[in-house]
Design a protein. Sequence first.
Length: 291
Amino acid sequence: MNQAQATHQSIPLQVQVLEQISHLPLQLNGVLYQHYPAMKLGQKQAIKFYSTQLAVIAENIYQQEEQLDWVITAPPCHYLPAGANLLARSVHQLLAKQGITTELVEPRLKQQQVSFNSKTEFQNFYNYSKSTLEQRIKQRKNELDTLKNNKQANHLKNKSLIIINDINVTGTQQRFMQQALEQCQVKSCNWLYIFNIESSLAKQHPELEHQINHSRIKSLKSFSQVLSDPQTEHTSRCISRLFNEDDEEFNYLINHLAVDKRQQIHQLATQEGRYSGTFFEQKMQRLGSNK
């Protein structure tokens, strides 16, 4: 576990990580890496693997100042959770089992029109882990206003936060979210990550996140098993990966789903709102069909 104290902040900010990545090549066969792709897709066993370790850190933070009002949270999402949101829920539950009282707050992104109208729009979203620093900044700016105007976030005033996230690459998401939380007048922020990529390495190789994301579950068959597994709580990335497939692969995947699972995934995609536009109209129709 690594720890760093940030400076020049108006509120106390601490960052702790399970592993610091400071050189290449990535140790993709290492135990911390092996479960990561499954966690991003929502596999419960992988979520538990990481949340158990993160909960130990969270418990230590809590015990240092038990008298404070503690909140467990994660970066905002739309309807479907990201892996980080599932980690936060699991950490909250694990702490509760230890008799530790915290509040779980799950900020939501603005519910404006989010459906994709072109391949470019979708690829910019789906391939965020390949994005340059400039692209990441552009995509994260909306989170500042989201948190400032979010009722749940405004509820965070004078609360001490434990913010669960999976990986810190360029620091863009943390920086924008931190600015918003400062305006919400939180008492302190404790960021917990699985991985933190050293800043100079991240600037040279922002695509490392993509490499870790796709280091396992590469084949169509293995992804099909994840989609149909009852131990998968489908994340935003899981559904977007399905829709990223070409027509032939997409048809293969949905045709290997049981009818009830297919209906469930169609409902999730509908509720997420990203796939309701004309660009994905045909895929949504095929997914919603029982044929």
